[in-house]
Design a protein around this ligand. Structure first.
Ligand code: BES
Ligand code: MN
Ligand code: ZN
Length: 509
């Protein structure tokens, strides 16, 4: 969908549908919704169609409630989509994203090609115009996303053009700016979703790396890709071990956004777990839990998406993305339970489960990050089933950090993004769980405290010389959305992109 901002009264716009809104409990629509209502009267003395809808009690204005009205030639657009914003005193930017997504998805399901919307929340909602426009566009693009690369006949057409309509010319510049920022952000989330949705026979480590290289060139990021020989030469024993059972060789992607004035500043570093398929390796997973494991690169996809938006939104800070990519497979050359490997950090690891592979490749990347003397590091990983047990599926991701102030900043960014994140403790007790009899540590601490001991495993490559402010996000429960709801669509969620982008725009050291 292309996005265009135009200066007009919404009721005069020629489109397949126009979108207006209502807060819960409003009896007489005001603003743009009121103007549309007035235009939808049969005569000057008559009642508007929206007023009638309210009077009949058929529309309450609850968040994400939608009604479609047919305009019988009273205005150029044949349809008016009314979307509920919920209670005025509970209104937030995230609700703008949701309502906009719901309305646009409704329009798309009706086969509309050209859809016009007002900016939600800038009037009575009291939000800043630029942010309201940003959230409106973000919602529109997130809510209408579809993954149909492998279908001969996609269900319905897609909306070709989204018009953001504003009557007051004085607001146009802010709306333009906001609309573009919203588009950049939503497109980046959709990049992540597409990579996660792609099947694992197509999205191999090499294919992911190539995609990253093309994207980097398009949006203006520096990009270096290490192949299997270079990875081994770097001493990345975790990446080497996990990938050696696969026919698809590993890659290590390094992305950098360095605006001129910030070229030498200590960067923010994002690290993403990129397991393009996790069979469990020789510690093989049960068949039922394997299909979802094409999404075991959701952390990597979030980091790439975030880097895309960071570049496009011209974030005035230096930001680095590190993405280790492997496929975890059982094979004659696969690493085994019982093996002892050496990570890039020098830590030697006894492998007790080849299914605890994420922490091995992430540890190498977290050690690699030290060369940047980062201002802060965040890693994102679909790391443990235990995190889903702790916090629930599609409920929240878990956060671990070695510093409270850094944890706070990440939590605040997640909150603004509407991405649920909940801090869990990094108690030294978890370190006890991964003590090994034969090596420095082992790669699994067993069934209890599984999420904490995995975080502590990562911390072993962060602590000590060159230790930086570090946050680890276990997003195992946030791979997929089960339904179309608000700006979520069935399939990959694209969790984490918006949190990272907001963090890069707001953090202080
Ligand atoms: N990728 C999985 C974690 C996962 C499981 C993510 C389910 C999303 C849904 C990870 O590599 C894994 O297999 N973890 C093991 C660790 C265990 C062997 C210590 C787990 O959670 O069971
Ligand atoms: Mn695994
Ligand atoms: Zn995994």
């Amino acid at each position: 969908m292309d996005i265009r901002v135009i200066n007009a009264p919404i009721q005069a716009v020629d489109a397949d549908a126009i979108i207006v809104n209502l807060f819960e409990g409003v009896q007489r629509p005001g603003g743009a919704t009121g103007a549309v209502d007035a235009a939808l009267r049969a005569s000057d003395a008559g009642e508007g169609l929206i007023s009638q809808l309210i009077r009949l009690g058929d529309f309450k204005g609850k968040l994400n409630e939608v009604a479609v009205l047919y305009t019988q030639g009273r205005i150029p657009a044949p349809r008016v989509i009314v979307v509920g914003l919920g209670k005025a005193n509970e209104f937030t930017l995230d609700r703008v994203r949701q309502a906009s997504a719901t309305a646009f998805r409704k329009a798309q399901s009706l086969g509309c090609r050209r859809v016009a919307t007002i900016v939600h929340g800038a009037g009575i909602g009291g939000l800043a115009v630029r942010e309201a426009a940003e959230a409106t566009v973000e919602g529109a693009l997130l809510g209408t996303y579809r993954f149909d690369e492998f279908r001969a006949e996609p269900d319905e057409g897609r909306i070709a053009l989204g018009l953001v309509v504003e009557f007051d010319a004085a607001k146009l510049a802010d709306i333009e700016a906001g609309a573009e920022r919203g588009r950049f952000l939503a497109e980046a989330v959709n990049t992540a979703r597409t990579l996660i949705n792609r099947p694992p026979n197509v999205l191999t480590p090499a294919a992911f790396a190539e995609f990253a290289q093309d994207l980097a060139q398009r949006v203006g990021l520096r990009c270096t890709v290490l192949d299997e020989t270079e990875i081994a030469a770097q001493g990345m024993g975790g990446v080497v071990a996990v990938s050696q059972g696969s026919q698809n060789p590993p890659r290590f992607v390094i992305l950098e956004h360095a605006p001129q004035h910030a070229e030498r500043e200590a960067p923010l570093v994002f690290v993403g777990k990129g397991v393009t398929f996790d069979s469990g390796g020789l510690s093989i997973k049960p068949a039922e839990s394997m299909p979802d494991m094409k999404a075991d690169m959701a952390g990597a996809a979030a980091v790439l998406g975030a880097m895309q938006a960071v570049a496009q939104r011209n974030v005035p800070r230096r930001v680095v993305g590190l993405i280790p990519l492997v496929e975890n497979m059982p094979d004659g050359r696969a690493y085994r339970p019982g093996d002892v490997i050496r990570l890039m950090s020098g830590v030697r690891v006894e492998i007790v489960s080849t299914d605890a592979e994420g922490r091995l490749i992430l540890s190498d990347a977290l050690h690699y990050a030290k060369r940047y003397a980062p201002a802060g590091v965040v890693d994102l990983a679909t790391l443990t089933g235990a995190c889903i047990i702790a916090l629930g599926e599609r409920v929240a991701a878990g956060l671990f950090a070695n510093r409270d102030d850094w944890a706070e900043q990440v939590l605040r960014a997640a909150d603004a993004a509407g991405e649920r994140l909940w801090r869990l403790p990094l108690y030294a007790d978890y370190g006890e769980k991964i003590r090994s009899e034969v090596a420095d540590i082992k790669n699994s601490g067993g069934r209890f405290s599984g999420v904490g001991s995995s975080a502590y495993f990562l911390y072993r490559s962060v602590e000590g010389e060159g230790e930086y402010p570090w946050a680890h996000v276990d997003m195992a429960g946030m791979m997929f959305s089960a339904e179309n709801k608000g700006y979520h669509v069935k399939g990959a969620m694209g969790y984490g992109v918006r949190t990272l982008v907001y963090l890069s725009e707001r953090y202080s050291r």
